[in-house]
Write a protein that binds this ligand. Structure first.
Ligand code: SF4
Length: 268
């Protein structure tokens, strides 16, 4: 809605009467009286008023989905996300959560276009996030993943390994436990994203962020992948052992091929 002031209020009223719209909410909802008002109305009441006639609500960004940064401890305004706020005011409507800080506009457009073209809401995961954008972890598709698998890690910000694209796991990357398509869709017309720019993922696509991930640069205790659970050090050690074994095998192979070559040349 491009309008503001009286004009905007009139459009809002008109839309509310017509109903059947998709209600897009940005920002957390203060539930402590007097801590969030627009034109004298409590934000919680505004949410209730406009959610009722809507087909569905899209909560845009981590503040709207779970409270985000303003809901971090001690949360003096008792801010909650849209789903929690709707429970408080007794409204039962589908909520599509687009966790991320900031939200990726391609996710938002994708959900709206999905509804316009197919006439239905996208399939959601247990946190109400569209599976088409939150079906895999960042770690699954990360461009630094081959370095993780090979045990090559950045040990210090600003080190040459960071520019070489080594894995940021030891710098606190939360990619292994964060579900989002950031590596594929990226930001700013697919120019870049956090890990590509050299910053570890801080987990902003997950419910409970930021408190759940407090200590953004602290290393995750372990990594769980299909059939594998290991620390970065173990992965590094395994990778080093595998490399050593590879070198040894290569040496044996070279010696053998030399012997065979020698045998052939010797005509034996
Ligand atoms: S730990 Fe982070 S930087 Fe390393 S591969 Fe996984 S997502 Fe990428």
């Amino acid at each position: 809605m491009a309008a503001a002031g009286k004009q905007a209020e009139e459009i809002l009223e008109k839309s509310k009467k017509a109903g059947g719209y998709i209600f897009i909410v940005e920002g957390g909802v203060p539930t402590k009286k007097g801590h969030g008002t627009i034109a004298g109305k409590e934000m919680l009441d505004i949410l209730k008023e406009f959610s009722g006639p809507a087909v569905a609500i899209i909560a845009v960004g981590s503040c709207a989905t779970f409270g985000g940064v303003p809901a971090a401890k001690p949360n003096p305004s008792q801010i909650v996300g849209v789903t929690e706020a709707l429970k408080k005011v007794g409204v039962n409507k589908p909520v599509i959560n687009l966790d991320l800080c900031p939200v990726n506009v391609e996710y938002l457009v994708g959900v709206v276009v999905n509804y316009l073209l197919l006439g239905k809401l996208p399939e959601l995961d247990s946190f109400g996030r569209p599976k088409m954008f939150y079906g895999q972890t960042i770690h699954d598709n990360c461009e630094r993943r081959t370095h993780f698998d090979a045990g090559r890690f950045v040990e210090k910000f600003g080190a040459k390994e960071e520019a070489l694209g080594y894995c940021l796991y030891k710098m606190g990357c939360k990619g292994p436990m964060t579900y989002s398509a950031c590596p594929k869709i990226q930001y700013n017309d697919r120019v870049s994203w956090c890990v590509k720019a050299g910053g570890p993922c801080i987990g902003c696509a997950e419910h409970g962020w930021p408190d759940k991930f407090a200590g953004f640069y602290e290393r995750l205790p372990d990594v769980k992948m299909v059939g594998i659970q290991a620390t970065a050090d173990k992965i590094g050690a395994v990778a080093a052992a595998a490399t050593a074994a590879g070198i040894a095998l290569h040496a044996v192979g070279t010696a053998l091929s030399g012997r065979i070559k020698g045998e052939k040349e010797g005509g034996e």
